[in-house]
Design a protein around this ligand. Structure first.
Ligand SMILES: O=c1ccn([C@@H]2O[C@H](COP(=O)(O)OP(=O)(O)O[C@H]3OC[C@H](O)[C@H](O)[C@H]3O)[C@@H](O)[C@H]2O)c(=O)[nH]1
Ligand SMILES: [Mn+2]
Length: 371
């Protein structure tokens, strides 16, 4: 029986282990409030929309900024898999990062306070979540057993107390909740004021609506599955970027015995996007998901799929084969999933890749700007 890990916050910023990826089509002024927590880290800013628009990065941050011209230049024809005019463009940042962990956050999210009035360092809490095991096979009713002041409760099998590696840490939001358009329309004034002091592993076999507003993950374990789909301009759907990545990554985490956690940390989500615009963007997803989610719930991947990338390629094939009747778009999406993996492996060669070729490809990515 492994000694239980009692976790504490990482004492110093782990800047060599984590990049912060921010999609933006607006402004980066929000970084000012995050400065104490974000300044030590490298930012990867993915500028969406008009590439001629100059988006100012507040002084003092170490960053690379990529606009659509950069994405096209760097990926060439493979840029077709990166969404335009949808927050899903952020996955380009996941692709070019070289760090083990990614934290991605939206530009209308701010520092929240915990019930004691203390500013919440979301990066620290996500790193803690990712560096401590998950318990997907048997639910611990006292929530995160690795947390200070908690443990496995009576009856929890000792054979399962080591847990599994954590691949995804899904944070939450105070103030504007991540509601879909119909819910936003009927509850325009609803605000989330409930701070739940808990981190939970999402049990194996259960899916969840992954929101990318306050999300962290282990690139090495699950990076290839964090593709945010073909959304936005020229596509019949938007605002399902993170949902697709959530379904795919959870299926693959379950298959590879990796964990997904949700709960702390919280941030403050400030902007309610227009529910009528959102309804137009997401309405196909509202009914497509009623068929897509059962597809994921009943899917079993072959045991030969022993890496996230191999699982993802197999999943793309199955989506193309089993879901193409929903809409011709699904075929394009499945093809784009394969293009994504090709691009991923250009930047992150699989272990068995020939080093000479791999290095040549890896070095082909001059960042647009950095300080
Ligand atoms: O065309 C676009 C639109 C937005 N962005 C950037 O994406 C981030 C989210 O944008 P926004 O705050 O307007 O989205 P929400 O209505 O709050 O909902 C999101 O919440 C979770 C996910 O992030 C998902 O994308 C949405 O459902 C923000 O940083 C925008 O600047 C963009 O790059 N391109
Ligand atoms: Mn928002």
């Amino acid at each position: 029986m492994a000694p239980k890990q009692v976790n504490s916050f990482p004492s110093v910023p782990l800047k060599d282990e984590l990049d912060i990826v921010i999609p933006t089509i607006r402004s980066l002024d929000f970084l000012e409030v995050w400065r104490p927590f974000f300044e030590p880290y490298h930012l990867i800013i993915v500028q969406d929309g008009d590439p001629t628009k100059v988006i100012k990065v507040p002084d003092g941050f170490d960053y690379d900024l990529y606009n659509r011209n950069d994405i096209n230049r760097i990926l060439g024809p493979k840029a077709s898999c990166i969404s335009f005019k949808d927050g899903g463009c952020r996955c380009f940042g996941f692709l070019v990062s070289k760090k083990k962990y990614i934290y991605t956050v939206d530009d209308d999210c701010f520092v929240a306070k915990d019930p004691n009035g203390k500013d919440i360092n979301t990066v620290e809490q996500h790193l803690l979540n990712l560096k401590t095991p998950s318990t997907p096979f048997f639910f611990n009713t006292l929530y995160d057993p690795y947390r200070e002041g908690a443990d496995f409760v009576r009856g929890y099998p000792f054979s399962l107390r080591e847990g599994v590696p954590t691949a995804v840490s899904h944070g939450l939001w105070l103030n504007i909740p991540d509601y879909d358009a119909p819910t936003q329309l009927v509850k325009p004034l609803e605000r989330n004021t409930r701070y739940v002091d808990a981190v939970m592993t999402i049990p194996k076999g259960a899916f969840y609506p992954m929101c990318a507003m306050n999300l962290a993950f282990d690139r090495e374990l699950i990076g290839p599955a964090m593709y945010f789909g073909l959304m936005g301009d020229g596509q019949p759907i938007s605002r399902y970027d993170d949902m697709l990545a959530g379904w795919c990554s959870k299926l693959i985490c379950d298959h590879l015995n990796l964990g997904v956690k949700t709960g702390l940390p919280y941030l403050w989500h400030s902007k309610a996007s227009n529910p009528f615009v959102n309804l137009k963007k997401e309405y196909k997803g509202l009914f497509w998901q009623e068929e897509i989610i059962p597809f994921f719930q009943t899917l079993t991947l072959p045991k030969e799929c022993d890496t996230a990338a191999k699982c993802y390629v197999e999943l793309a094939k199955l989506i193309k084969e089993k879901l193409n009747h929903i809409d011709p778009y699904i075929v394009r999406l499945a093809d784009a999933m394969i293009t994504w993996i090709d691009a991923w492996e250009d930047f992150n060669p699989p272990a068995e890749a020939v080093p000479a070729v791999a290095n040549a490809k890896k070095d082909a990515v001059p960042p647009k700007k950095s300080k």
